[in-house]
Design a protein around this ligand. Structure first.
Ligand SMILES: Nc1nc2c(c(=O)[nH]1)N[C@H]1C(S)=C(S)[C@@H](COP(=O)(O)OP(=O)(O)OC[C@H]3O[C@@H](n4cnc5c(=O)[nH]c(N)nc54)[C@H](O)[C@@H]3O)O[C@H]1N2
Ligand SMILES: Nc1nc2c(c(=O)[nH]1)N[C@H]1C(S)=C(S)[C@@H](COP(=O)(O)OP(=O)(O)OC[C@H]3O[C@@H](n4cnc5c(=O)[nH]c(N)nc54)[C@H](O)[C@@H]3O)O[C@H]1N2
Ligand code: SF4
Ligand SMILES: [Mo]
Length: 664
């Protein structure tokens, strides 16, 4: 008989939805939204529904595999784990433990997914990846300005008079925020979307502002100039709760509104109108992560934060510089779980530069890469270099559910479970403050095992098994240690399936910031605000712009979470090259034409679609597509780091495009 169980979405996403999962005869039949979830209220997206297929797919990896003479052979778990353990022991003895690179991302929001870090720390410490392809420069920027990157609770949007959606593709990537936007608009709020692409969120907005990619910080300067000129600044907030305002005043005097309009390609009257919108408090700003994947990304977020501060929209209901909500992740006792003090030695590579570092670093050189919760061959920038680096090491181990581009390159592939096959807690530090519980609902197919089981088995073989001998409840309680003191207990979460964390709902309402000065810092110890440009633009690199006159964005796909769903889609996916109308006109491109897009790093071919209202000279190819379907688009992107060091510059990318001759 079919039974319906409550559960949760494990995907790396803003929304962290509650699920109702139908199970019959030990099989997942259907995934729907849980109407009782306080935020996600029964609505989920196709990526969530497709987890049924991710679990039941005949393409699932179900046995450990070893590559012998270029061909994968099924082996036993004992053989796989024994051989990997021997290598780990030998490498540590001969070269030191940092000759191992742990390459990972955050493909699964389960808290126990962090146990891999405990394993590597207890092993002695390895080479770790630091920074983030995703949101790194924005988080760092908000830490400089506010001391932390935290957002208003979702329903606070109903207190806003105006809502600015700045570089967040809400209708596609953050559906419950989008639903709240629609509701807020119905209740009378005005919605403004600033984005180079006229996306589905722009369609519902009161006004769409199109901008040259990477120039948002300069636009924020223009808006601040107008706020000051029109006498709309919040004198009281600036005087009592901030430092460094004089530096900001000096900075905005170095550029004219005409210059700003020319650089950003936003008309002066629009800039002026936005100043009035900010002055008409409360105005909330919802920044997306698209904004900061540029070399100037940190400074861009800082200038937008400054705009929110100058206009007096910080610490008030309906306001806020909403970017991420890392107080969610910070609530857990992750150090209890990961044991960073157990490292005897460690080394760090910036995540975007991991491949270059593998190729050039010595003493010790990387002897082995272990990949968890990531698909670096498609997701890490400059993927031709990633391929070279990952083929250069003697042993590549990939823990996976499917034969991805990265898994294909591995020497050992270890099959892991999906979220319905193990128990975990799911949280996302991107949007809301609820944690969800996901019980184990079915057994895994074949010999697939949980990541936790794999680390435990390897730890047993390497002599630190006692650090892994806990029950699931004990593991989960370990993560909740500090929260339990505040009455947030596992038993209650298991009973209710979702609980809200005891965290700030309107950040900075007491005007006490977590910065060194305790104030909002226009000027931080880390540096002053600047007028900075992306690395690849007509204003910053004229030579490059002559060769490559178009900006390439590679935004998140509608129907896939990064690379996780492409192989499950019908009809089979292909590379869609979306071009601005002016490019189509200039190059005489029609929808359906095959084109080649290239730069010095690589090239890709795909089929033309025309974006009728988007910013001139902009191209988009959604990220995540596998090699067998024509990817990866990351063969074009740059591995440069952002200005504050922790972020990627994935969207800071100039390319050229050409119609392919039909030689068939
Ligand atoms: N469907 C779907 N949803 C997802 C994901 C997914 O893969 N698929 N991934 C999840 C993850 S991990 C993340 S990080 C989030 C990301 O969520 P978002 O931040 O919404 O996603 P992005 O695709 O990075 O792009 C956001 C928007 O930024 C715009 N943009 C790019 N450059 C600029 C610029 O210079 N200025 C301005 N103003 N806008 C710019 C893009 O055109 C796009 O509309 O989405 C999550 N949700
Ligand atoms: N060009 C371009 N590149 C991008 C981006 C972009 O906007 N443009 N976005 C960047 C962003 S925001 C992000 S967050 C990254 C995401 O990069 P990744 O996290 O690497 O991408 P995913 O495709 O989500 O997942 C990687 C793999 O993890 C596996 N996996 C899922 N669950 C588990 C599990 O429980 N255990 C293990 N061991 N594996 C599991 C999946 O099968 C999948 O193959 O990509 C970045 N790359
Ligand atoms: S991918 Fe995001 S929106 Fe879709 S079901 Fe999962 S958490 Fe919800
Ligand atoms: Mo991300």
């Amino acid at each position: 008989m079919a039974e319906i169980h409550r559960s949760a979405c494990p995907l790396n996403c803003w929304d962290n939805c509650g699920f109702l999962v139908t199970v019959e005869n030990e099989k997942i039949l259907k995934i729907e939204g849980d109407p009782s979830h306080p935020i996600t209220k029964g609505n989920i997206c196709g990526r969530g529904r497709m987890l049924e297929w991710r679990t039941n797919s005949p393409e699932r990896l179900v046995y450990p595999l070893k590559k012998v003479n270029g061909v994968f052979k099924q082996i036993s778990w004992n053989q796989a784990l024994d051989e990997i353990a021997v290598k780990l022991r030998e490498i540590k003895e001969e070269c030191g433990s940092t000759a191992i690179l742990h390459s990972h991302d955050y493909a699964n929001n389960g808290i126990l997914k962090n146990v891999d870090q405990r394993f590597f720390n207890c092993y002695g410490g390895v080479t770790e990846v630091v920074g983030s392809l995703c949101w790194g420069s924005g988080i760092e920027a908000q830490k400089w300005d506010f001391g932390n990157a935290i957002s208003h609770e979702p329903d606070d949007i109903f207190n806003s008079r105006n809502i600015i959606v700045w570089g967040r593709n809400a209708a596609r990537t953050n559906m419950h925020f989008y639903q709240k936007l629609v509701e807020a608009k119905k209740r009378g709020a005005k919605v403004y979307v600033i984005d180079p692409i006229f996306n589905a969120t722009a369609k519902m907005a009161d006004e769409y502002i199109s901008i040259l990619p990477g120039m948002d910080g300069i636009l924020a300067v223009g808006i601040m100039k107008e706020i000051v000129r029109l006498g709309l600044k919040d004198r009281n907030f600036i005087q009592h709760f901030t430092i460094g305002y004089e530096d900001l005043v000096q900075l905005i005097s170095t550029i004219s509104l005409e210059e700003i309009s020319e650089i950003t390609e936003v008309p002066i009257d629009v800039i002026s109108r936005l100043a009035k919108v900010y002055g008409e408090r409360p105005t909330s700003t919802f920044m997306g992560l698209g904004l900061q994947r540029y070399e100037n990304g940190g400074n861009t977020i800082r200038l937008i934060d400054a705009l929110v501060a100058v206009s007096g929209n910080i610490g008030i209901p309906g306001g806020g510089a909403n970017y991420a909500n890392i107080q969610v992740g910070q609530s857990f006792s992750l150090e209890e779980l990961t044991l960073p003090n157990r490292r005897e030695n460690y080394r760090q590579f910036p995540i975007m530069k991991q491949a270059e570092e593998v190729l050039k670093t010595t003493n010790p050189g990387i002897q082995m890469i272990i990949v968890t919760c990531g698909n670096p061959l498609t997701q890490v920038p400059d993927s031709n270099v990633v391929k070279e680096a990952f083929s250069s090491v003697s042993t590549l181990v990939v823990v996976e559910q499917f034969m991805t581009d990265t898994a294909k390159m591995a020497d050992y592939v270890l099959p892991t479970v999906t979220s319905f096959e193990e128990e975990d807690l799911y949280y996302s530090s991107m949007y809301h403050h609820y944690v969800n519980y996901g019980p184990k609902l079915v057994d895994p197919p074949g010999e697939a095992k949980s990541d936790l089981w794999i680390w435990t088995q390897l730890a047993n073989r390497l002599g630190f098994g006692e650090d892994f001998h806990y029950t699931r409840d004990q593991w989960l309680k370990m993560c909740l240690k500090t929260l339990e003191e505040k009455g947030f207990i596992l038993e209650k979460l298991k009973e209710q399936y979702t609980l809200d964390l005891p965290i700030k709902k309107v950040p900075w309402d007491n005007q006490k910031f977590q910065t060194p000065s305790g104030k909002y810092e226009f000027t931080s110890n880390q540096g002053k605000l600047k007028l900075s440009l992306p690395a690849e633009s007509k204003w910053s690199n004229k030579e490059l712009f002559k060769k490559y006159p178009y900006s390439l964005l590679t935004i998140h796909p509608l129907r896939s979470n990064h690379s996780q769903n492409y192989h499950l889609l019908q009809p089979e996916p292909f590379v869609k090259v979306e071009v601005a109308q002016n490019i189509a006109e200039r190059l005489n491109l029609n929808e359906g034409d095959e084109v080649r897009v290239w730069n010095d790093r690589g090239d890709i071919t795909g089929i033309v679609y025309i974006m009728k209202k988007s910013h001139s000279n902009t191209i988009n190819i959604d990220e995540g597509i596998w090699r067998k379907f024509g990817g990866s688009v990351n063969s074009l992107t740059s591995s440069k780091q952002s200005d504050n060091g922790l972020g990627s510059t994935l969207y800071d990318c100039l390319v050229n495009i050409k119609k392919q001759m039909n030689c068939r």
